[in-house]
Design a protein around this ligand. Structure first.
Ligand code: ADE
Length: 272
């Protein structure tokens, strides 16, 4: 299923002999190994061309015959923004999908549910009183929208996976995940793990429409906005961002996260 491809140049030069424009690969990005492991296992790692830049391994190949670049970006906003920039500038990707886990904030968002970002915000951005709280100074924005078409394509793939019995396997059921649902809306990002009920409540009060919290998406969104790169962010809910978040997170990420991401990305790529 996997075959090596050459990376495409980031700025293809128009040629007089009108050769077809190279297909720009899709980037699939996760923060942690567990979030990407099942996708990598779809084929032999040796079938990817591996390029190392800025401390990251970029795996270039094909999944379901679609050219892809897979990469673990690391944790946090800077890691996400650096990775998005490398993917656009060095690998010439045409779109970027981030897949991983998040803590649930919205009232009906439970462990095992899926959340697709329609927009993202950095909850730890605060240059007040110079600028309104959460606004990225000099951009006039606090919320960065995800690409609508890409997000809708992933929503369709999510719905197909969720319609299956035991969509994320028996391990998920053993963790109490039953009848997972798909939510769409606002995802928050910040450079800290939210694992205390008081902090979780403060975020809910400040941003009542927030569905989930994680550590990369909004930074990636800001970088992609600057780069003109369409992107989407898909998260499965590993914990409720409360006092037991760290326990639920560790179990979920080891036993479920990888399977959830892979099932949806598989469905999405095979429908392209
Ligand atoms: N990723 C998964 N759970 C999270 C949480 N509670 N806070 C921040 N990032 C997360």
């Amino acid at each position: 299923m996997l075959a090596p491809i050459m990376s495409t140049p980031s700025c293809p030069t128009p040629s007089a002999t009108s050769s077809p424009a190279p297909v720009r690969p899709l980037a699939i990005v996760s923060a942690l190994h567990q979030e990407l492991a099942a996708l990598l296992a779809r084929g032999r790692e040796a079938d990817f061309e591996r390029q190392r830049h800025a401390g990251r391994d970029f795996l270039i190949g094909r999944l379901h015959d679609v050219p892809v670049v897979l990469v673990l970006c690391g944790v946090g906003k800077v890691a996400a923004a650096t990775t998005a920039t490398l993917l656009a500038e060095r690998f010439g990707v045409g779109a970027l999908v981030f897949t991983g886990v998040a803590g649930g904030l919205g009232p009906g968002v439970k462990v095992g549910d899926l959340v697709l970002a329609d927009e993202l915000l950095q909850h730890d951005m605060d240059a007040s009183p110079l600028f309104p709280r959460f606004e990225v100074p000099l951009t006039g924005r606090s919320r960065f929208p995800a690409d609508a078409a890409l997000t809708q394509a992933l929503a369709t793939a999510c719905e197909a996976v969720l319609a299956q019995p035991q969509p994320f396997g028996a391990a998920a059921e053993a963790l109490g995940v039953s009848r997972p649902a798909l939510h769409r809306g606002l995802i928050l990002s910040g450079d800290r793990f939210v694992g205390a009920a008081a902090e979780c409540a403060a975020l809910r009060q400040a941003l009542p429409d927030a569905l989930a919290v994680e550590m990369e998406g909004a930074a990636l969104a800001q970088a992609c906005h600057d780069l003109g790169l369409p992107f989407a962010v898909l998260r499965s809910i590993s914990d409720r961002a409360d006092d037991s978040a760290h326990i639920d997170f560790m179990r979920f990420i080891d036993e479920v996260a990888s399977r959830a991401s892979a099932a949806i990305v598989d469905g999405w790529l095979s429908a392209r």
